[in-house]
Design a protein. Structure first.
Length: 177
């Protein structure tokens, strides 16, 4: 989409340059830049037309389905979650600094994840299968144990059902306290 804007600006600038060239200075009653002006105006017209043919299929694709935009956003969120989970595993210090898994912290790059070891009980309730009572149990248990190491560890410590554990798998991280 940004490329479309840039191309539109380029062809507009070429057209403006052609128009300016067509209106500047005369010599013996003739415009000095008429050939250049004509060339610039034709180039702007042809370039703009060609660009519209090139971008039309993508434009139509985006305009046909309201689900396409939602699908692309969901794919981006899933990608960001996977990247943030990988970052939490490989560079937990950086992940903590960025706020991965901390939707309860203003300006954090939580990536749609919740850090079970550090997030508030309110943030924990945004997870599937976690109500207020379970969120409170998580906070109390993590204080007693010093945190959890994985979703399996969380499930064992709190005797969670396998379905709840699986629902949490793609939504949580476990950064050190």
């Amino acid at each position: 989409m940004r490329a479309w804007i840039v191309l539109g600006a380029v062809w507009s600038a070429v057209a403006i340059a052609g128009w300016i060239a067509s209106t500047t200075g005369t010599q013996n009653g003739h415009h000095r830049y008429s050939a250049v002006a004509g060339l610039l105006l034709m180039l702007a017209w042809a370039g703009g037309a060609a660009t519209s043919f090139v971008i039309r299929p993508e434009y139509e694709r985006r305009m046909q389905s309201p689900l396409l935009g939602a699908s692309e956003q969901a794919q981006r969120r899933l990608r960001e979650r996977k990247e943030a989970q990988q970052l939490a595993r490989e560079d937990p210090k950086l992940a903590r600094e960025m706020g991965v898994g901390r939707p309860d912290v203003a300006g954090a790059a939580d990536a749609g994840l919740v850090d079970v070891n550090n997030a508030t009980a309110a943030a924990l309730t945004t997870l599937p299968g976690i109500d207020d009572a379970l969120a409170t149990r998580i906070v109390e248990t993590r204080s007693q144990l010093g945190g959890f190491s994985s979703v399996e560890d969380l499930g064992i410590a709190l005797d969670l059902s396998g379905d709840v554990v699986e629902d949490l798998r793609d939504r949580v991280v476990f950064l050190r306290r």
